[in-house]
Design a protein around this ligand. Structure first.
Ligand code: FNR
Length: 187
């Protein structure tokens, strides 16, 4: 089965290394029987509880795209040992109105890249805690902390290091298995 996976890029920087990582994943995905489509977060208004009564069109559209996906990948930078505010805003938007949490039961996986040696490990722990609260079954293993070095992934998403490319593909294959198990549990 080919699964349709939506992905969020937690950076709105024009030179984002996490966007570069997303391009690499998009290229590798067909080999793991996954079809990746970005669900943009940059145009979302700041979440307010006022929206629960009158949901902005951008927020409603964003929630629909998450709900229509078989699984979600969240690609996060690490900002001050946590997730960037733009990403937290998107997750808060998806979680509301109360009772209409778009992540409920939705398989997810987290990944990220940093110029720092620990490769977004601390941000990803925060992100996992948020997704747990949102009742999203998360891919537990393998964890994916990518230390971005000069030229590791080109501007158009070519992975120049063979073992990194192999690792990213094995991670995508694990997400495929996780999605299959979550969507069709043996009871
Ligand atoms: C950073 N950066 C960073 N890196 C890291 O490994 N741990 C951290 O806590 C932080 N904190 C942090 C805060 C802020 C405000 C900025 C702007 C940057 C560096 C970060 O890894 C680097 O800027 C990446 O390029 C960010 O990812 P994108 O936006 O390029 O995808």
């Amino acid at each position: 089965t080919t699964y349709n996976v939506g992905f969020l890029v937690g950076s709105i920087s024009s030179t984002s290394i996490n966007r570069r990582l997303s391009k690499a994943l998009v290229k590798l995905a067909p080999q793991a029987d996954l079809n990746l489509t970005e669900i943009p977060i940059a145009g979302l208004p700041f979440y307010s509880a006022d929206h629960d009564a009158a949901i902005p069109a951008e927020a409603a559209d964003f929630k629909r795209q998450i709900e229509a996906s078989d699984a979600i990948i969240v690609i996060t930078p690490e900002y001050n040992r946590s997730v960037p505010g733009v990403l937290k805003n998107a997750l808060d938007t998806a979680s509301r109105p109360w009772g209409q949490n778009s992540f409920a039961g939705k398989p997810s996986a987290v990944i990220g890249t940093s110029i720092g040696a620990i490769g977004t490990a601390v941000a990803q722990q925060h992100l996992r805690s948020i997704l747990s609260f949102l009742a999203s079954p998360e891919l537990a293993q393998p964890e994916a902390y990518l230390h971005m070095t000069e030229g590791l992934i080109t501007e158009d998403g070519e992975v120049t290091n063979e073992s990194t490319a192999e690792f990213l593909l094995s991670w995508l294959k694990a997400l495929h298995t996780h999605t299959a198990k979550t969507l069709s549990p043996v009871v």
